[in-house]
Design a protein around this ligand. Structure first.
Ligand SMILES: [Fe+2]
Length: 594
């Protein structure tokens, strides 16, 4: 019996194959759970090469099936991270209050219904044979899928559940109690009151209009001051039920489609700020123009207000679910600055956040919800690392290098660690491509560019040669797990780079390339059982320099993170990266001894 045959036989005897998808929404993605265990996951953007790709995740679906050596006929359930039938009462209530918006909401609804016919989409977009599609489709409400994505990766049997973002299924935040294999929803915050849209509106006003720019602007906030405190107080009000946005600052809700999916699958965000913003602050910043103090102060107010609402919701959640453990997801949970502060500003002491905390994670969340809450699919599974993406063989890597006539040396593990650590110590910019790709928006040591954080000029070097990022955006430190508390003030682990902590005073001078203006770093805690090779590389760097930290940024150049060896080699070729370490192959642009 071949491997696939044996697999199928075993499956008959045990449990289910669940394909999770996030479709026709930002961060289209697919995840596969086999017999209760997530085995593969990838966002469509990695395959289409279009950031935040938002149509049907056809390539991602094929990829996860291939990775598990399964076919469409093997799928028992398709879990979709959206449920149009959810919250209909609130939608109807809104329409009754705003009859003028009925047409646009009906239009959105009819498009959605069409998109929910997954069998037809699989046939049309993936070439699946309709006779093979025997699965049952389960739609899971957006924020429930978010919370499931966080809870069912945690080791806990009881936790508070929190999700916050722009919106999904008419809801912008959800508070829940997670117990056993159930998630009991306690509260929802409904549109138009959206913490995500508030953040996006300010980003747009200060010239960051692209979908997903919010994460960039977070880095600008510490350059600003609290100059607009009183205005931000008017913009967002805390309430017993959550928070409310002041409609005066926003275009009328429902008057437009806030987000449009373009033909190529990219996203376009409509203008969200009202004339009142212009009256108060003047013209919005043209992206071509310099960033002024006004813009920095707006960024400050935006982040401060976000944190105020975030902590308010978390404190409210704690009253409903008194525990010190919280599982968190939604685009808001990517706010690593707020995540770093919540340990001091709320009673929660432990967080579980999966690496794809944003909407790409809905694929995994919906699938986990079906697996755990609906099917009770075996014992709980706990995440160990973020490496759910594809891996390429040595021969595939070698072909990519040979095709481009790149000189390389094939090294054993020990040699590879030695020369790579030495290159990083010497101030080289090193492309590091190993094993399976990361799930979620962060490179975590398998599709990374690594550099020496001790070099004053490294941030400028990286920006000039490869990244060309905005001047205010910091680069991130990856630290050996057991050295985290020595270097950073926060000690809660941050394996997926989702917490920002202060760097301890005695380390700030040693880490200039990753020390942000407010003496913080968005760290990745690296433990040996998550990624032994990456851990050993940082250890070797520490042996050479005394610094248990490397600078880690994503392996890309203004594009989604590289997926294939070809893309890694292309990025190495067209940028001024010094070294490429891809699998066991070591390549240097400058002729030096390896
Ligand atoms: Fe979301």
């Amino acid at each position: 019996m071949n491997q696939k045959g044996a697999w199928s036989f075993l499956r008959l005897a045990i449990m289910a194959v669940i394909l999770g998808i996030n479709t026709h929404h930002a961060g289209a993605s697919a995840a596969l759970i086999v017999d209760g265990v997530p085995v593969a996951a990838i966002a469509e953007e990695r395959l289409t090469r279009i950031k935040y790709y938002a149509k049907f995740p056809a390539l991602a679906i094929k990829t996860v099936l291939e990775m598990a050596n399964l076919d469409f006929k093997d799928i028992d359930y398709v879990a979709v991270g959206r449920d149009d039938s959810a919250n209909t009462f609130k939608k109807a209530e809104y329409v009754l209050k705003n009859p003028g918006k009925l047409l646009s909401l009906l239009k959105i609804r009819s498009q959605r219904t069409e998109l929910d016919d997954i069998k037809t989409l699989l046939e049309r977009e993936c070439g699946a044979n309709p006779a093979d599609l025997r699965f049952e489709q389960v739609n899971v409400e957006h924020h429930l899928a978010h919370i499931a994505s966080a809870y069912f990766i945690s080791p806990w049997e009881h936790a508070a559940g929190f999700s916050v973002d722009g919106s999904g299924d008419f809801v912008t935040a959800m508070l829940a109690e997670c117990e056993g294999n159930q998630i009991n929803i306690k509260e929802r915050v409904y549109l138009p009151h959206s913490l995500g849209f508030f953040y996006t509106m300010i980003c747009e006003f200060i010239g960051y209009r692209k979908y997903g720019d919010e994460g960039k602007v977070m880095g600008l906030a510490p350059y600003g001051t609290d100059a607009y405190h009183d205005i931000f107080e008017q913009m967002v009000t805390l309430t017993d039920t959550g928070f409310e946005l002041n409609p005066d600052f926003f275009v009328p809700f429902g008057s437009q489609s806030n987000i449009t999916i373009l033909d190529n699958g990219s996203m376009e965000v409509a203008t969200l700020y009202s004339d009142k913003m212009r009256e108060l602050f003047g013209d919005p910043r043209d992206p071509k123009n310099e960033i002024l103090q006004r813009d920095m102060d707006l960024a400050y107010g935006m982040q401060a207000t976000f944190e105020k609402v975030y902590m308010h919701l978390l404190n409210k959640l704690h009253k409903l679910v008194p525990t010190d453990r919280v599982v968190m997801a939604g685009g808001g949970a990517l706010n690593s600055v707020a995540n770093g502060k919540l340990f001091h500003e709320t009673p929660f002491r432990h967080t579980a956040i999966q690496p794809a905390a944003g909407d790409d994670g809905l694929a995994m969340g919906a699938a986990l919800y079906v697996s755990q809450s609906i099917l009770g699919d075996g014992p709980r599974w706990e995440i160990n690392d973020a490496y759910f993406g594809p891996e390429f063989s040595e021969s595939e890597i070698k072909s990519s290098l040979d095709r481009e006539k790149i000189e390389y040396k094939k090294l054993d593990r020990e040699q590879l660690l030695e020369v790579t650590a030495q290159d990083i110590a010497d101030g080289k910019v090193v492309g590091w491509y190993q094993g399976r790709s990361e799930w979620g928006p962060r490179a975590l040591g398998n599709r990374s560019i690594l550099a020496n954080p001790n070099r004053d000029d490294m941030k400028d070097i990286l920006n000039a040669r490869i990244k060309r990022r905005e001047w205010f955006r910091p680069f991130a430190p990856a630290v050996l797990a057991e050295k985290q508390s020595e270097v950073f003030e926060g000690d809660h682990p941050s394996p997926f780079m989702l917490h920002v902590y202060k760097i301890r005073e005695n380390w700030r001078d040693k880490l200039p390339a990753v020390n942000h203006v407010d003496n913080t770093g968005r760290l990745q805690t690296v433990s040996r059982n998550e990624n032994p090779l990456y851990y050993d590389l940082i250890s070797r760097f520490e042996q050479k320099t005394g610094i248990p930290v490397v600078l880690n940024t994503s392996f890309n150049e203004n594009e989604p993170i590289v997926n294939t060896p070809d893309e890694a080699v292309d990025c190495y070729q067209r940028t001024k990266m010094d070294t490429l370490v891809i699998g066991n192959f070591f390549c240097q642009k400058i002729n030096g001894d390896v």
